[in-house]
Design a binder for this molecule. Structure first.
Ligand code: ZN
Length: 438
């Protein structure tokens, strides 16, 4: 009997460990393990290493963001985007593969506590899903890493948005209605404004920003006629009401009428407005503004229709900046020169997300690129032609010193050359010893 109990405890312990492991493994981790199980160790390690490299060098975007990328079997293309969010704001990632796309896509969201700490994964899109949504637990930087399965092929649109978390609590246009922000001084600096003020004519409907139950209805010197609605881990405070339309204990859904805009309480000398506050349990007042209004993004965000660019383009101008984000305001991460080739990873509106021959990733204005044109390269040594601009790629041919080959340009230490049969290959060239003639 005693032994049976011990065996039972051991079995239970093993079960707990097993299930804990199942829960902690993200689809990204599981895919890596699956590659290992299929004896694709080199592929698995390369795939994982690229993911880690990408996470360590994110590109900066602002939301909403969308891009279309071309998935090609030969290219592993993890990408990590960085952006800032305020506490409780939502992150939504949508993946839209085109009909013939053959790829699994892994989306992981990370929070960056500070520069000295490793990013912490806060959530992952479930396998086979195409949408993932999660809220920011802290104000700060977040990362979204998107990585297709190896040998992925086809087209994929990606959007990253921050949909509004709650409804707007006054039945009025958002524009210019919010006139007093969160955190500004009150009573000569003795306290801070624990909400926002939304101005509207007396009698305008005040509506529930979120579903919950009415926890308190009152009339106090400061808030005047006020309503508290308790929702999931949060309380919503509606104050200075002219009239109240609910009673304590009542359930309200988002959009339900709570009362009307007024100037009761300490707002008697001010124009009618709603004081709206959100209190998060164990944290206190948080800024409602990013959660309810004044935002560029909409709840549904359709990716702009863009023509896909070719995989390889060359720099059209004397010099061009590669930027950390798709904006002229983004910092320059590299300077590119005329005729230099870039590998196009995706199209984001008027910007291309590219990789340079040095392996740097960034954005270049599409207008600064063009289809590469041919010039003649005279070889000064013997060369090896690779299938890809990568020493470890299959060898597809050899060239001898003195050969003259049509070339479309350089990518790092490789020249993209036309082989005698008309097929293009990547010739590994020594440092700047040969010159191109135009
Ligand atoms: Zn106020």
């Amino acid at each position: 009997m005693k032994y049976a109990l011990i065996i039972l405890i051991v079995l239970l312990g093993a079960a707990v460990l097993y299930f804990k492991d199942q829960v902690l493994l993200s689809p990204h981790d599981s895919y890596y393990s699956a590659l290992l199980r299929e004896n694709l160790k080199a592929t698995a390690e390369h795939w994982k290493a690229e993911a880690e490299k990408s996470l360590a060098a994110p590109l900066r975007i602002s939301l909403p963001y969308s891009e279309r990328h071309l998935l090609e079997v030969d290219y592993l293309q993890p990408i990590t985007f960085a952006f800032d969010l305020k506490i409780d704001e939502l992150i939504q990632v949508n993946i839209f593969p085109s009909i013939n796309t053959r790829a699994e896509v892994f989306v992981d969201v990370f929070h960056v506590k500070d520069a000295a700490t490793e990013p912490v994964r806060i959530g992952s899109m479930a396998a086979k899903e195409q949408q993932f949504k999660i809220a920011a637990e802290h104000t700060g930087q977040y990362l979204v890493r998107i990585q297709p399965s190896h040998a992925a092929q086809g087209l994929m649109d990606v959007t990253i948005t921050s949909p509004l978390r709650y409804g707007f609590p006054v039945d009025t246009e958002r524009e210019n209605a919010v006139q007093s922000l969160f955190g500004v001084g009150r009573d000569g600096g003795a306290r801070r404004h624990e909400g926002i003020d939304i101005f509207a004519p007396r009698g305008t409907p005040v509506i529930a920003a979120e579903t919950g139950f009415v926890s308190r209805v009152g009339d106090t010197p400061r808030g005047g006629k006020n309503v508290w609605v308790r929702g999931d881990q949060r309380s919503f405070y509606y104050a200075h009401l002219d009239s109240i339309a609910v009673v304590a204990g009542e359930r309200v859904a988002r959009g339900d009428l709570l009362g009307t805009v007024g100037n009761t309480g300490n707002a008697v000398t001010t124009n009618p407005h709603l004081h709206f506050g959100i209190y998060k349990f164990a944290q206190g007042a948080i800024d409602p503004l990013p959660l309810v209004g004044r935002k560029k993004s909409l709840t549904t965000y359709a990716p702009p229709l863009v023509e896909l660019a070719p995989r390889w383009l060359s720099v059209k101008t004397e010099k061009a900046n590669l930027r950390s984000g798709p904006s002229l305001k983004a910092t320059s991460v590299a300077s590119l020169i005329r005729a230099e080739l870039v590998q196009v990873d995706s199209v984001a509106g008027d910007w291309l997300r590219v990789t340079t021959g040095e392996g740097t990733k960034g954005f270049i204005a599409r207008s600064l690129t063009q289809t590469p044109s041919e010039s003649i390269l005279t070889l000064t040594e013997n060369y090896v032609a690779f299938y890809l601009p990568d020493d470890t790629a299959p060898v597809v041919g050899n060239f001898s010193a003195g050969d003259k080959l049509p070339t479309l340009g350089r990518f790092g230490s490789f020249a993209w050359v036309k082989m005698p049969g008309g097929v293009y290959a990547w010739a590994k060239a020594p440092e700047q010893e040969n010159s191109t003639t135009h």
